[in-house]
Structures are given as C-alpha cells and as structure tokens.
Design a protein around this ligand. Structure first.
Ligand code: ATP
Ligand code: MG
Length: 248
C-alpha cells in the first residue's frame, strides 16, 4: 500500500532522514519507535506531503506521491494526526470534527453521512456534539482528533504519538479508539514513544535511529529482540542493533 525507497529529507542545511526504506501493507498496523530526534515525525511529514523529500520515492496505492502537496495526498486517502493536540478548545466537538472534511466542504450530504459513520466509531462524537473541546479529557480529545481524521474516509491513517501525555485511564480510551479504527479496516502507521504500548497493538514494528531504519520486522519479534532491550529498556542507548537483527 505504502512504499518508501531511499527517502532523504530535512529542514535546513542538513538531512534528517538519511535514506529511509519502509513498506506498509494494507490492513497492517505498523509502529515506528526510536529515540527523540530519530526522525519518526519527519517520516510521517514526508509521507503526508508537509515536507518535500530531497531524494527517494514514496508510492501510495501505486502512485508516486513524493513532492505532491498535502491536500492532494489527503485526497488520495492518506491522512495524518499530528503529534501536538490540534483541537480548537473553544469550538465544539462537531465543529472540530467537521474541519476534517474541509476539502469536501460543498458536499453537504456526504459530510453528514461521514459524520454519522465516525459517530458510530466514536460515540462521544454522536452523543456530545455541542460539548466544547476544551472541556474534554485527554483521551476524549484524542478520540475527537481521530474522528476528525476519518472524515474523508482515508485508507491510511498516520498517528504521531497518540499516547503522549495521557494517564493510564486515558491510554485505555485511546487504545480502544485505535482498535476500532483497525476493525473499521484502516491501515495504520503509528509513531510511539511508549514502545510497549505501540508494539503490542501493532502487527509490525520499525526501529529508527539517527534518520535510519535499524529494524523492520513483526511487532512481537521487535519487542522481544534483545537488542531492543539495550536500546530502550535500560541498556546502553548508543549500541545499535547488528545488521543481522534486521529482517525487513
Ligand atoms: N521544523 C523543524 N525545523 C528544523 N529542524 C527540525 C524541525 N523538526 C524537526 N527537526 C529536527 O529533525 C530531527 C528529527 O526530528 P523528528 O521530529 O522527526 O524526530 P522524532 O523522532 O519525531 O522525535 P520525538 O520523539 O522527539 O518526537 C531533530 O533533530 C529535530 O531537531
Ligand atoms: Mg516526533
């Protein structure tokens, strides 16, 4: 469904992504983990068109999408929920969710149908449409962000750190919301700091460090890889997994 080949991208003079290869199969849940500054968010930005790759190719559903504007990539069915809380606190749940359909703003009936669909996945959206977004809990706000991202019925949903800043109760709300998106047939590409949370809900895992992919394997294999313990769970953080650990 999604294929990155030798993607190089960065912000100023330097390159952040040093040639990233990545494949995401339809129906899978792929989790990217890695230390701060590894380039995880940059990968999502390159896919969604917010950052133009300097080298390499990105194909989505057989079409080359690198270099295309974000609106076009959104229309092709790939959407991103950014890392920071992007809801308007003073607007209602409904107003926030409707913003996800701004590209289709003239198609009223379609928008109402989509709203009803996302309300089925996220009951809060149907039950409390007039609630001020600022009054919601962290987990509820995240659910509204997910709902908004589904308004154009994307096939691929990219989530940047859905667990960040949430307490254990909110984490459960978010985990359930993610599960419902998977059950609704969405393909997910998720970036997570919370390695266990991320890999346990995923089919595949990707480990990034310093703008490169170190490991790409089934999620359970990544989680149980001894080199991961070194990298994330108290080992020496500078020690990179050996090339034999990677079975992409
Ligand atoms: N808008 C920007 N302008 C300049 N440099 C940036 C920008 N965004 C990110 N960077 C730099 O690019 C590198 C990779 O950042 P990125 O946000 O992709 O990392 P990350 O893996 O998502 O990290 P985190 O876990 O902290 O979110 C970092 O060195 C960061 O300082
Ligand atoms: Mg990030």
């Amino acid at each position: 469904m999604l294929h990155l080949d030798g993607v190089v991208a960065g912000y100023g003079a330097g390159d952040v992504l040093q040639g990233v290869d990545l494949t995401v199969d339809a129906g899978s849940v792929t989790c990217i983990v890695g230390p701060n500054g590894a380039g995880k968010s940059t990968v999502l930005r390159a896919i969604s068109g917010l950052l133009r790759p300097r080298e390499g190719t990105i194909t989505y559903e057989g079409r080359e999408i690198h270099g295309r504007p974000p609106e076009e990539i959104l229309e092709l069915g790939a959407t991103q929920v950014p890392q920071s809380d992007g809801l308007f606190a003073n607007l209602s749940v409904r107003e926030n969710v409707l913003m996800g359909a701004y590209i289709a703003r003239r198609e009223r009936k379609l928008i109402e149908r989509r709203y009803a669909e996302v309300a089925e996945l996220f009951p809060l959206v149907g039950d409390r449409p007039d609630e001020r977004a600022g009054n919601l809990s962290g987990g509820q706000r995240r659910s509204v962000e997910f709902a908004r991202s589904l308004m154009l019925d994307p096939a691929l949903v990219m989530l940047d750190e859905p667990s960040v800043g949430l307490d254990p109760k909110a984490l459960k709300v978010v985990a359930a919301a993610i599960k419902r998106m998977v059950e609704a047939g969405k393909t997910l590409l998720v970036v997570e700091q919370n390695v266990r949370f991320g890999l346990r809900m995923s089919t595949h895992g990707v480990v990034m460090e310093s703008g490169r992919v170190l490991m790409h394997d089934r999620a359970d294999a990544v989680l149980n890889n001894p080199e991961m313990t070194d990298l994330f769970f108290g080992g020496t953080p500078t020690k990179a997994p050996s090339p034999t650990a990677s079975r992409a």
